[in-house]
Design a protein around this ligand. Structure first.
Ligand SMILES: *[C@@H]1O[C@H](CO)[C@@H](O)[C@H](O)[C@H]1NC(C)=O
Ligand SMILES: *[C@@H]1O[C@H](CO)[C@@H](O)[C@H](O)[C@H]1NC(C)=O
Ligand SMILES: *[C@@H]1O[C@H](CO)[C@@H](O)[C@H](O)[C@H]1NC(C)=O
Ligand SMILES: *[C@@H]1O[C@H](CO)[C@@H](O)[C@H](O)[C@H]1NC(C)=O
Ligand SMILES: *[C@@H]1O[C@H](CO)[C@@H](O)[C@H](O)[C@H]1NC(C)=O
Ligand SMILES: *[C@@H]1O[C@H](CO)[C@@H](O)[C@H](O)[C@H]1NC(C)=O
Ligand SMILES: *[C@@H]1O[C@H](CO)[C@@H](O)[C@H](O)[C@H]1NC(C)=O
Ligand SMILES: *[C@H]1O[C@@H](CO)[C@H](O)[C@@H](O)[C@@H]1NC(C)=O
Length: 471
């Protein structure tokens, strides 16, 4: 009697838990068995080990992952939005160290089929609906590119977005270690970061908290006062959106929990599926052996000195920048004679004030002009025939990071040969560049500093044996 009563009780309990959890609470400690619960679109995919990958490292992609069923977000009697809470672990792995784009966002949307654009639109909006109140879209963006169009504060920020990519509130990615100490956190470090988003419907406060650890910091990094009731519809889809631009990152979600009217279950970073082991960022392997061999062939001082210098790497990197912006190989055998060597063609167009002509047509004009201009100018600077006239890799990275402006005036790649200024002139242009040069730092010290630039200090010359082996 007693045992069958207990049995009935446990049966009731069994019936009760799935029902309540289906309505309000989601918990995905990885996505191995979740393919039926999550709807993917764009290039989003589940990796074998249960990681959700929103984008890969190809330019101008978008990826979406939404919980398949809509969530009831409002009290039907009062029309007031419920409190909600979510936690998830993300990792942003840039294509080249420090060079990644664009970012990802947790989003609450009336639809899981967004008619959106990649790049600065993060797969959330398109150029005609961005900013329109009828979007009813809420997002918390983890943005790794500074878009002036949307008044981004920097290229490493978290923002609360309502119907627009111009954030209602944003802050540099960071976390509190105690009640007064803040630590910056690089979103595109390639390492897992846990995020918590908590909305208190009684107080009308949304809090965002991040940490590189499993434990939630006591203080949020971003708080914004808003009543989401007029923004949300009664039922909404919840999920993630991500995009790549000219520069690309792999954007991963490692785990996710969500709850209505209660805290989301915590995630333990150590028990989530692990990221694919980092690719060896060997310049040659990254950009393809054929391109590397072309770079090797055209890096002009190599045949003369026969010696590998870091300046050759800058040259190779310049070729890569131009290649990305123009969507072409450094040498395009099928092109018209004046377009044969990419850097010469780009320079001619630059000089004529027609830079837009060289930009990859596949971009359909949907790019951030400032971003492309910076990349092209740097590409030209790095391609200077004279090694001493090239910027150091450190200067290049600081420009791409937006720490220093790319020089206003860019000289011809053969400027030195034609007798115009030399290194001094160049360093004046980078006047805010304080420290000495990349050349003085060993690749070893770069690794120690946490930046994985060892690859870029590998000379193209060292690719020669690789090239021979693979024929
Ligand atoms: C996911 O789907 C499975 C079966 O389709 C179901 O048993 C499970 O409860 C769902 N999980 C969530 C969090 O919705
Ligand atoms: C990224 O995904 C797209 C679409 O699935 C694919 O065409 C492309 O080859 C992938 N890129 C890489 C680097 O895996
Ligand atoms: C909706 O609000 C009414 C009035 O405040 C309350 O009685 C009811 O419990 C709420 N319903 C839910 C599902 O929270
Ligand atoms: C932009 O998005 C809206 C929906 O928000 C859609 O109606 C419209 O067709 C989209 N425009 C383009 C050009 O995709
Ligand atoms: C906002 O979107 C609605 C519905 O798509 C449209 O009717 C309206 O014209 C748009 N408003 C603006 C300012 O674009
Ligand atoms: C954190 O990042 C901000 C914005 O980039 C910067 O101003 C600040 O100096 C950084 N703080 C530390 C301690 O590095
Ligand atoms: C938001 O953060 C503040 C501290 O800044 C805290 O007092 C409040 O309880 C938090 N609310 C939620 C919903 O997390
Ligand atoms: C963000 O909040 C919404 C809702 O209050 C407003 O409608 C937007 O105008 C506001 N956007 C910005 C950029 O402040």
């Amino acid at each position: 009697m007693a045992s069958s009563f207990l049995h009935l009780f446990s049966l009731l309990l069994f019936l009760f838990i799935p029902v309540s959890s289906q309505l309000n609470e989601l918990f995905f400690p990885g996505f191995k068995d979740s393919t039926t619960n999550i709807t993917l679109s764009g290039v989003a995919s589940f990796e074998k080990n249960g990681i959700l990958r929103l984008t890969n490292e190809t330019s101008r992609l978008q990826g979406h992952a939404f919980y398949s069923s809509p969530i009831q977000f409002k009290n039907l009697t009062t029309g007031k939005v419920f409190s909600f809470s979510t936690s998830f672990a993300v990792a942003i792995v840039p294509e080249y160290p420090k060079l990644g784009g664009h970012g990802l966002a947790f989003t609450i949307s009336p639809s899981k089929n967004l008619k959106s654009l990649p790049s600065q639109y993060l797969g959330l909006f398109n150029s005609s609906d961005v900013g329109n109140f009828s979007n009813h879209l809420f997002a918390v963006e983890f943005d790794t590119v500074q878009d002036f169009e949307f008044q981004d504060i920097n290229d490493n920020h978290i923002g609360i977005d309502i119907n627009s990519l111009t954030s209602n509130a944003s802050t540099t990615a960071a976390y509190f270690t105690d009640s007064s100490t803040k630590e910056n956190l690089t979103l595109k470090s390639g390492k897992p970061i846990q995020a918590w988003i908590d909305y208190d419907a009684a107080e009308n406060i949304i809090n965002v908290t991040i940490s590189p650890y499993s434990t939630k910091p006591r203080l949020p990094i971003l708080s914004f006062r808003v009543d989401l009731s007029p923004i949300f519809q009664e039922s909404m889809y919840i999920g993630f959106s991500s995009s790549t631009g000219l520069l690309a990152s792999s954007h991963y979600i490692l785990g996710w929990s969500f709850n209505i009217n209660g805290p989301a279950r915590g995630l333990d970073l150590s028990s989530l599926p692990s990221l694919p082991s980092p690719k060896k960022k060997h310049l040659g392997l990254t950009i393809g052996l054929s391109i590397a061999s072309v770079i090797l062939a055209i890096s002009p001082e190599l045949p003369k000195t026969g010696k590998a210098t870091t300046s050759s790497d800058v040259y190779a990197f310049g070729a890569l920048l131009l290649e990305v912006a123009c969507g072409r190989r450094p040498i395009e055998p099928k092109a018209a004679p004046e377009e044969l060597v990419l850097v010469d063609w780009v320079w001619d167009k630059y000089r004529e004030g027609k830079v837009l002509d060289v930009i990859d047509r596949k971009l359909n004009g949907e790019y951030n002009e400032a971003e492309v201009f910076t990349v092209i100018k740097l590409g030209i600077l790095c391609s200077n025939n004279a090694p001493m006239s090239r910027p150091t890799m450190r200067q290049v990275v600081r420009c791409l990071d937006g720490e220093v402006e790319v020089p206003e005036i860019v000289r011809a790649p053969d400027a030195v040969d034609s007798g115009k200024g030399t290194v001094e002139g160049f360093n004046e242009l980078f006047n805010s560049f304080a420290s000495s040069s990349f050349d003085k730092m060993s690749s070893h010290s770069f690794v120690e500093n946490g930046a994985t630039f060892a690859s870029l200090s590998t000379s193209p010359l060292s690719l020669l044996p690789v090239r021979r082996e693979t024929g």
